[in-house]
Design a protein around this ligand. Sequence first.
Ligand code: SF4
Ligand code: SF4
Ligand code: SF4
Length: 303
Amino acid sequence: MTKRIALAQLTSCWGCDQALVDLHLRLLDVLPELEIVYWPAVVDFKLKDLEDMPDGSIHIGMVEGSCRTKEDEHLLKIMRKKSKVLVAWGSCSVYGGVQGLGNQWALDELLRRKFLEADTVEDGRIPTENMPGFVEHIVPNPSIVSFEVRLPGCPPTSDNTAEALTALIKGQPFELPTKTVCDECPKEKKDKHITKFHRAHEGHIDPDKCLLDQGYLCLGFATIGMCGAQCPTVNTPCKGCFGPPPSVKDHGAKIISALGAIAEMEPEELKAAFPDPIGSFYFTDYADSYLSKIKGKEREEEK
Ligand code: SF4
Ligand code: SF4
Ligand code: SF4
């Protein structure tokens, strides 16, 4: 029997969809097993089509993106109601994503910045008509509704999505690994004694040696290993886009604590090396951090 699948997009860049389409001919391995009942990124489905489906009638619901708008929240809750197995698809969905970094500022500051103050804006105005309504603070989707499966990555690789779909089509569980990107990385690792951090474009990288050992902020040690260490393999430091392994509660806190142990530098030097610590240590998962949760609580209390 084919499985009914729905793929919904909340606030996102739609890159997770792109990674699925990037399976190219390998899509033919999974498509005959699936009946696509909702996928507005590709076919002209309307929200009402989804709302009209019986509850629990979708076998696999894939949710990409996080809730920046009230419309996103509505779509997420409808997907939960209609789906037997709901998948948080991509780091936006699992952790809040890059847009979660906006939680550092209040909503009115974000709106002012985007619509009035950005360098490219002329005669700006904050739109008020035909708007879906913004939420004050982004939270990870699993804090709003329950999910059966989490598939992080920005985006998850095409193979990750194919593996998850294949398991779900067969009715098998899909578990996250406990390994890190470092476990998948072929570079030679040594004891770490870092006395200076370099930007990715500075200096000369030794392609055989660990990037972190050479003073490049590679976050593979604190990041779940699902991508095959694709960035360090081509000498680009890992930015941690898949988030932490399941045992780590707060990605950035883990990174900061590890850096404290291996960086032989004065606090001022470390501060100067990372002018945007939240952006550097929580690329896709700030909304899931203790700091963001505290900020959200403070905002609630202020209201
Ligand atoms: S997880 Fe990354 S690739 Fe996927 S929608 Fe979000 S920003 Fe785009
Ligand atoms: S280069 Fe990065 S991913 Fe590879 S071993 Fe070093 S820290 Fe880990
Ligand atoms: S190496 Fe790091 S930044 Fe690159 S895809 Fe993997 S988790 Fe993301």
